[in-house]
Design a protein around this ligand. Structure first.
Ligand SMILES: [Zn+2]
Length: 150
């Protein structure tokens, strides 16, 4: 089971991970991670918009997508599809639970160690004929209670 680590990866940790995975710390990868440290969960489009607005480096939207995809393929980032069919990348790749705002399509990390431990225990005893469990996710569907967020 992956260990829990609450802090998003800082830049130094990110650089070490790139090296471990044989990836160069290019200006583009560093810019993408800089934005992901702020946003935590984001689509390639929103990361691209932020880099473009900040003017921190020259990059195309497809390069941002390719960088995020390769980081997720390497297990450095997580990713999940939203209900409106957008791929959200997650700076945190360890197992953690999410609130998912079904109206605004926003993912929020939540402390749910007990729920995760309980689900893992329950799944250890379960068998699904013809399938082997690789992993599981806890996604709590919700909507904002404050009207101004709607
Ligand atoms: Zn997350």
């Amino acid at each position: 089971m992956p260990r829990f680590n609450r802090k998003p990866k800082d830049m130094e940790t990110f650089r070490k991970l790139l090296k471990q995975h044989g990836l160069k710390a290019t200006a583009q990868r560093i810019a993408v991670h800089g934005v992901m440290m702020e946003m935590i969960h984001a689509t390639a489009e929103s990361v691209y918009d932020k880099i473009k607005n900040d003017g921190s480096c020259k990059i195309t939207q497809s390069s941002v997508y390719n960088i995020l995809t390769s980081l997720a393929d390497e297990g450095i980032y997580g990713r999940r599809l939203s209900a409106n069919n957008k791929m959200y990348f997650d700076i945190n790749s360890y197992r953690h639970a999410h609130l998912y705002d079904t109206r605004n399509h926003v993912f929020v990390d939540v402390e749910a160690d007990e729920m995760l431990a309980s689900a893992e225990q329950g799944l250890k005893r379960r068998r699904f004929r013809g399938y082997k469990i690789d992993d599981f996710e806890v996604l709590i569907l919700c909507h904002p209670t404050r009207k101004k967020l709607l």
